[in-house]
Design a protein around this ligand. Structure first.
Ligand SMILES: [Zn+2]
Length: 109
């Protein structure tokens, strides 16, 4: 489960900047093409934050929609997973959004 190492890096990054202040919420953005499953990330966050100032903080995951544009028919379509296939059958697509994997903000007590 690579969500664990990603979540650990996220927690370390927050601890680096926040220090010992108590964190109440962490806001992240996880796109459907980021390769990270939000549910797995929530689970890993609870496990990896135990014993740190982030323990008990709420992980708020914003899940933006993924979008791509087909280079063959120039249609834009929504992508919900890593299968980038235009309804016209072409896989020659340009990803417009959905790869987000970002820490947006942290709320401290
Ligand atoms: Zn197409």
């Amino acid at each position: 489960m690579h969500e664990l190492s990603i979540t650990q890096s996220l927690i370390e990054a927050v601890l680096d900047r926040i220090g010992e202040r108590k964190v109440t919420a962490v806001n992240v953005q996880v796109g459907p093409l980021s390769g990270v499953l939000p549910d797995a990330m929530r689970f890993c966050f609870d496990v990896a934050s135990a014993g740190t100032p982030l323990a008990g903080a709420q992980l708020m995951i914003d899940e933006p929609r993924g979008a791509a544009r087909c280079r063959s028919c120039h249609e834009e379509f929504e992508v919900a997973d890593l299968i980038l296939l235009c309804p016209c059958g072409s896989a020659d697509v340009e990803v417009l959004s959905g790869r987000e994997l970002m820490l947006m903000s942290v709320e401290v007590a």
